[in-house]
Design a protein around this ligand. Structure first.
Ligand SMILES: Cc1ncc(COP(=O)(O)O)c(C=O)c1O
Length: 212
C-alpha cells in the first residue's frame, strides 16, 4: 500500500538537496562557529552564507536575520524581546486563533499582569479590522498576528494591519510560519515584501518548507 502524506502544514519532508548541503556540518565539519580556529571559522562562514541566502529570499538585510531552533522559539523570542524593550507598556493585542506558540506565552503574560486583547474571527475565520483598530491604545506594546492560520488556511490582511500599527507607532510581529516558502507577494518576496509592509518582526520555520 502506498502512503500519501497530506500533513505538510505540520511538517514537510526535508529536501534531498538540503540534506546534502547540511551533511558535512553534521559530520566532519562539526566545529562551533564562535571558535576562532580554522574549523570554527569555516562553520562561521557557512552560517553567514545561509544568513545571506535567507535575507535575500525574505528581501531584508542580513543583520535582520536571527536564527532560532524553531518557530515556537522565534515566536517566544519576538514577543518577549519587544516587551522587554518597552517595559512601561502593559497591553498586547493578538487573535484568539493563533498557534499555541503565541497563545501560551500570551496566557503567561496575563498571569504576569499584562492585559491581552484576543481578537475574534467570524464564521469564515476573518478578522474585523475595526475591532483591531478599537483595541489599540498608547498602552499597547505589541500586536502579534499570524499571516495564515495553520488549521483553516485563512490569510489575514497583514498589509492592512501593518498600515494601522505603523500609523500608531506600535510594533507588529507576524507569525508567518504557514506562509514563508509557500506564499509569495507580487514582488516575489517570501512571504511579504518587507520593504513595503512595515512589519517589525516576522517568524518563519524551515521545517514547514522542506528545510531542517
Ligand atoms: C502558525 C504556526 N506558528 C508557529 C508554529 C510553530 O512552529 P515550529 O513547529 O517550528 O515550532 C506552527 C507549527 O505548526 C504554526 O503552524
Amino acid at each position: 500500500m502506498s502512503v500519501i502524506y497530506l500533513d505538510n502544514n505540520a511538517t514537510t519532508r526535508i529536501d534531498p538537496e538540503v540534506v546534502e548541503a547540511i551533511l558535512p556540518w553534521l559530520g566532519e565539519q562539526y566545529a562551533n562557529p564562535s571558535s576562532v580556529h580554522h574549523f570554527g571559522q569555516q562553520a562561521r562562514h557557512a552560517v553567514e552564507i545561509a544568513r545571506e541566502q535567507v535575507a535575500a529570499a525574505m528581501g531584508v538585510r542580513e543583520r535582520q536575520i536571527v536564527f532560532t531552533g524553531s518557530g515556537t522559539e522565534a515566536n517566544n523570542l519576538a514577543i518577549r524581546g519587544v516587551l522587554a524593550a518597552r517595559p512601561e507598556k502593559r497591553h498586547v493585542v493578538t487573535t484568539a486563533v493563533e498557534h499555541d506558540s503565541v497563545l501560551r506565552p500570551m496566557q503567561q503574560l496575563e498571569r504576569e499582569g499584562y492585559r491581552v486583547t484576543y481578537l475574534g474571527v467570524d464564521s469564515l475565520g476573518h478578522l474585523d479590522l475595526s475591532e483591531l483598530e478599537a483595541s489599540l491604545s498608547d498602552q499597547t506594546a505589541l500586536v502579534s498576528i499570524m499571516h495564515a492560520n495553520n488549521e483553516t488556511g485563512v490569510i489575514f490582511p497583514v498589509e492592512k494591519v501593518a498600515a494601522l500599527t505603523a500609523t500608531k507607532g506600535i510594533p507588529l510581529h507576524v507569525d508567518a510560519v504557514q506562509t514563508t516558502g509557500k506564499v509569495r507577494d507580487a514582488s516575489g518576496h517570501s512571504p511579504l515584501n518587507l520593504d513595503d509592509v512595515p512589519v517589525d518582526l516576522l517568524t518563519a520555520s524551515a521545517h514547514k518548507f522542506h528545510g531542517p
